[in-house]
Design a protein around this ligand. Structure first.
Ligand SMILES: [Zn+2]
Length: 126
């Protein structure tokens, strides 16, 4: 989608604010180069866009993780909307670390806990 509010058409790429598509691309690349993260089999949920206004404080991207018991969880990576691409790139290892923690936590849970989690999610879902 073209950004018609962008009045500086040729900024340095690293100075540009990241958008969701760019965040997914960079994060997917970083995940693909980390064998531990590859093993966790995270699926990018590119249709999971919660920011329809483009004015949120954080740009979030989402990854799904699933278990054989058919429990699935949604994990997220977020970047401050006032960060540049260069800054996001620098923060990426830390963000991936958090993503990995969330994913490993999900994988370590036994399926009783997964079921418990599903019941809780159903309770809060509308
Ligand atoms: Zn399970």
């Amino acid at each position: 989608m073209p950004d018609i509010t962008n009045n500086n058409p040729n900024p340095e790429p690293a100075e540009q604010a990241p958008d969701q598509a760019w965040l997914y691309k960079r994060t997917n690349e970083a995940i693909a180069s980390d064998p531990e993260l590859v093993k966790l089999r995270l699926k990018p949920l590119t249709r999971f866009n919660t920011d329809v206004t483009g004015r949120a404080e954080f740009i979030k991207i989402y990854y799904g993780i699933g278990c054989e018991c058919s429990t699935a969880a949604v994990l997220s990576v977020e970047a401050s909307a006032d960060k540049t691409r260069g800054e996001f790139q620098e923060a990426l290892p830390a963000l991936l670390g958090k993503l990995k923690l969330q994913a490993v936590g999900f994988r370590r849970m036994d399926c009783d806990s997964h079921l418990q989690m599903r019941i809780q999610m159903l309770g809060t879902a509308r």
